[in-house]
Structures are given as C-alpha cells and as structure tokens.
Design a protein around this ligand. Sequence first.
Ligand SMILES: Nc1ncnc2c1ncn2[C@@H]1O[C@H](COP(=O)(O)OP(=O)(O)OP(=O)(O)O)[C@@H](O)[C@H]1O
Ligand SMILES: [Mg+2]
Length: 226
Amino acid sequence: MPLIVVRQLTREYRMGAQVLRALDQVDLDVEQGEFVALLGSSGSGKSTLLTLLGLLDRPTAGTYHLAGLEVAGLDDLTLAHHRNQTIGFVFQSFNLLNGLRADENVALPLRYAGVPRPERLERARELLRRVGLGDRVGHLPTELSGGQCQRVALARALAVDPPLLCADEPTGNLDSRSGAEILDLFRELHAAGRTIVMVTHDASVAAAASRRVRLRDGRIAEDLPG
Ligand SMILES: Nc1ncnc2c1ncn2[C@@H]1O[C@H](COP(=O)(O)OP(=O)(O)OP(=O)(O)O)[C@@H](O)[C@H]1O
Ligand SMILES: [Mg+2]
C-alpha cells in the first residue's frame, strides 16, 4: 500500500463572501521511498497541499490515508500525536525556537513523545553530528548561519525517525552553496529509503527528486517520474 493515498482532496479558503479554492479535487499516491518534488507557479497550491500532507491543516473535502490510516476524521489531539510520530516538517524559514540550543530544538519532538531528557539530548546530538553540526550542539539559533539553522531543522525533523519528510522550499532562504549542502542531505535520506515530499522552485532540487508533480490552479497539471 502506498504511504500516501489522497482522493479528491480540496481546500477552500473563505474570505468574507468569497470562496477561494486553493486545492481542487487532487488525487495523489506516493509510494514509500519516493522523493517527490512539488512544482508550480506562485499561488498554484503547493504549500496548501504540503500542509495537508503534513497534517498541519485539514481539508475542506476529500480523503487522506497516511500509512493506511484515514486521518481526516481524527480529533485534534490524535492528529497531533499522529503528526509527531509520522511526519518531519522542514520550513523555508527554519521555525526554530530561538530560546533553545540546537540540541534542545532537535530534542523537542522527542520531548512530546515522552523520551527522558538525557536520552533525547543524546539522540539530538547524534542527529546533529549526522548533519555535520557536531561542533555546534550548544549554539542558539541566533549564533548559527542560515544553512546551519536549516541543518538543525532537518535534524529536528528526523528526531522521531518519521517515515515521511515534508519540506517547503527548504533551500529558499539559503545561498547556493548552503542550499546544495542541504539538498545533499535530502539526497542521502532518499537513498536510505526515506519518503520525501518537497516544494521547490529550484531546478537543481527538482532534478534530484525521483518524481516531479506540477500544480496549476490547485490541480495536478503534470506528474513526471524519473
Ligand atoms: N490562509 C489563507 N487564507 C486565504 N487564502 C489563502 C491562504 N493560504 C493560501 N491562500 C491562497 O491559496 C492559493 C494557494 O496558496 P499556496 O500558499 O498553496 O501557494 P503556493 O503554490 O505555495 O505559492 P508560493 O510559491 O508563492 O509559495 C493562493 O491563491 C493563496 O492566496
Ligand atoms: Mg508556498
């Protein structure tokens, strides 16, 4: 069974009397281990779709089975728990907590999962070593470069070892070299079997993916493998 099975997924935003359909009856299957690049012009619905896939939002209509579980009907608490266990999310703007050290940021999802502090900090530091930040574990986000912050965010996304990694333009705020380094980390994760769905405007990022899905006006306009 595919990791992601989406049917007729629709998301409307109400703006006063206006209804804007940001996502329009999308059907999408994503198999375990795929690296999907979500493409499309500004406003085409990429972030809307990714946010739904990442369980950060609920659809107006349609169904979403994630790892065999229909998630649309879950209550907020169950949904949050499922999200914490199943999904790592990386944002363009990192979304780190500025008052916490790198290792504490990475350990946060483990705290929600109930892992005791010494163990979760140990795991966090191991993850930071893996993304090349073994010498920065005690730094605050304000003491790190953008590329380093994104590595911390990626390590945090991997903390609970989730089957699905969602990323919304993870290289969008980075210079080309830092962006290439982050992309290399995603490539390694893909090679190790992780499922990745990534929104990107960057052609080199799209080229690294195993599949390119292009949105237009909230619908899938193109779906290219290889
Ligand atoms: N919270 C919201 N309230 C109202 N409209 C929204 C909201 N979020 C998104 N939209 C609208 O939905 C449409 C799709 O937005 P979305 O953010 O998914 O686009 P995108 O493809 O990610 O664009 P970009 O490349 O600029 O990030 C746009 O027309 C946008 O204005
Ligand atoms: Mg967007």
